[in-house]
Design a protein. Structure first.
Length: 295
């Protein structure tokens, strides 16, 4: 059995990594009470405490709007923590898989973003995540940075659960229709992270660098909401009317990228991982959240 250090184990992706991990991988996931991601010395001590086969970093400060004022907290978790992990794992010659985000881009591109496209974050969250990426790239050559977007699951807080909760008390909802992205299952991200980790453990020459993973297909938030409620209706749940609105009608402290679509061609080529369509992933999440109850 190989020991794998997982940070951020209580998040959506971390929860799924623990659930899906094969028997040959022993996932050790210290909580925030056991490991402070702002404490470089504690991170170094933990990484040096045993011969880890790999390190997976899912820990992050993800409160996008709060980050605009909680700048130091965001940078500590999203940049300084990964920097410490990368340095410590490099010292021990341990591969590092680091989960990142579409928010490193400004969303102005017309098509799907490639890994080679220039980054241009438009908020503190995206900037701090880009800082983490740079730290990982420069400190540990044996790394994979996996960018993803629009993460949803039966766990934690996410768009699917928010829509279902609002539907319990509202007959109409206004949802932004000028931001486009790729809804992505945390379970599928976790499966991808584990596949990459296993290959990096077994093959010292496994591909490294930056990759994108999202479920296949695209939607606006409004289109995604309507798909959620179509699935909800089939399960006998409340289905409010969804009205499209522009981002300008729903101002937030942090700007969001208008385009969060990520190309997965590089991941398909190097790791032979082909994402499934997001409607199939949504159906699985809905089945977990609301078993069918036909009328």
């Amino acid at each position: 059995m190989r020991d794998v250090l997982l940070t951020g184990g209580s998040g959506q992706v971390g929860t799924e990594i623990i659930r899906q991990a094969p028997a040959e991988l022993n996932i050790v996931a210290p909580g925030s009470a056991q490991l402070d991601m702002a404490d470089a010395e504690a991170i170094a001590a933990l990484v040096a405490s045993r011969p880890w086969a790999a390190v997976i970093n899912c820990a992050a400060y993800t409160a996008v709007d709060k980050a605009e004022t909680e700048v130091v907290a965001a940078w500590r978790a999203n940049a300084l923590g990964p920097a410490a992990l990368a340095r410590a794992s490099a010292d021990a010659d341990i591969p590092l898989i680091h989960v990142s985000t579409d928010y490193v881009f400004d969303g102005s591109k017309a098509g799907f973003y490639l890994e080679t496209d220039p980054v241009a974050p438009i908020g503190v969250y995206g900037a701090s995540k880009e800082g983490g990426e740079q730290a990982v790239r420069t400190a540990n050559p044996r790394h994979v940075i996996l960018r993803t977007a629009w993460v949803v699951s039966p766990h934690g807080s996410n768009f699917v659960k928010t829509m279902l909760r609002l539907a319990e008390t509202r007959s109409e909802l206004n949802v932004v229709d000028d931001q486009r992205g790729c809804p992505t299952s945390a379970a599928d991200i976790a499966a991808t992270v584990l596949a990459i980790a296993e290959r990096m453990i077994e093959d010292a020459d496994a591909p490294t660098g930056t990759y994108h993973f999202v479920n296949e297909g695209e939607a606006t938030w409004c289109e995604f909401a309507r798909a959620i409620f179509t699935a909800a209706q089939a399960r006998g749940l409340a289905t409010p009317t969804v009205h499209p609105i522009p981002s300008s009608a729903y101002p937030t402290p942090a700007r969001r990228p208008a385009n969060s679509r990520l190309s997965t061609e590089k991941l398909r080529r190097d790791y032979a991982i082909a994402p499934r369509p997001w409607p199939a992933a949504l159906a699985e999440i809905m089945a977990a959240l609301a078993p069918s109850n036909p009328t």
